[in-house]
Write a protein that binds this ligand. Sequence first.
Ligand code: GLU
Length: 462
Amino acid sequence: MKVRTRFAPSPTGFIHLGNIRSALYPWAFARSQGGDFILRIEDTDVERSSQAAVDVILEGMAWLGLTHDEGPFYQMQRMDRYREVIEQMKAKDLVYPCYMSIEALNALREHQIETKQKPRYDGTWRPEPGKTLPPVPEGVQPVYRFRNPVGGVVAWDDKVKGRIEIGNDELDDLVIARPDGTPTYNFCVVVDDIDMAITHVIRGDDHVNNTPRQINIFRALGHEPPVYAHLPTVLNEKGEKMSKRNGAKPVTQFRDEGFLAEGMVNYLARLGWSHGDEEIFTREQFLQWFDLDHLGRSAAQFDEAKLRWVNAQHLKAMSDEALAVHVEAHLKQRGIAPDARLAAICGLFKDRCDTTVALADWAQRFYQPIVPDAEEAAKHLTDTVKPAVAMLAKMLEGGEWTKEAIGVSVKETLRATGLKMPQLAMPVRVLVMGTAQTPSLDAVLALCTREQVLARLAAMPI
Ligand code: GLU
């Protein structure tokens, strides 16, 4: 049997890290099993769904390389199909019309709460042999309720949570069609999972309560339910459930902040799954190792410092040329057109950066005027060293423009002035790069143009 998984987001807000993890795992499972991954947009909450939210889903998935084999299917475009199944269920007596008014339902609910019973529909309109139903009120469109089985349990072996059993008596008869005939959420999910031949449902554990209801509908429609894996919640850094309401960023914002897709996939993979002690791995390794047996059982907590560390490892491992492509995109957004030096600049600075934005901040100094840090300038640019800086500038006017030749000029200046390397290197870095905290002086200068270095040294306050 071919594995078929799906990601079924509701586009009611911008998907965040916690949401996209529910795409990563089913995607990885399908890929690792040679199966198919299906994207389904659950947009039936018309009021709260938006195209902008769909766009973030599509962009975020494309960025992370979570490619789908089928879809995106939009539930709003499948309404005819749901209505067709509702008709079939009516014909088979799997559903029945219920005319109970909202007021009567509310009164029932209040009474149940007062008398400490679980609020649930009481089956007034459920036809049973020998039972007389109330008279059908005139001019009222009924809802249709699913005839939930009576007695017994619904059970499944959840790949994360283990065996779960719910008594059917805990479940009341779910409304599957509203008075205007529109289908309801749990019903659409089941029709889709059947039509899309989903074998494994991997989703957030906020859906555990829906699962027994969905399983009953599966069986009523003559299908065995898929395998379920309900992923524990992702918490934010404060330990609250991650949600856009408490400030979770759209996943695409991490891209804009300079995180690499490789780093992000690695970080997300570990947020609820493990392979021994492996912390840093490639996408290929992840797909080789991923399974449903090592999903974590407890809530995972987002940790930005860890994400930055993981990203930094991937940044270091990436080729200078590949990094340059990312950095160029950031620079272009800032109106800067870099040149052939960019890859080498990336190579020189990548060890000290955890995002490509940080790398672009360094690269920018090679393409745009810099303002030396005032404090650092005051500290390093003393009257004792100024003549040495001027001497070095003079020497750099001629000769070859290579790291080696620049290194020789630096050494000669040190010899002639009796200064130590840091005494000369620090002020020169401040003047040329704006800060004293840079990689080795000769390498940095060699990546600048001669004109740039001479102009920046000449700007030394006398
Ligand atoms: N649309 C649901 C959500 O965004 C997911 C439904 C499912 O995976 O079954 O939470």
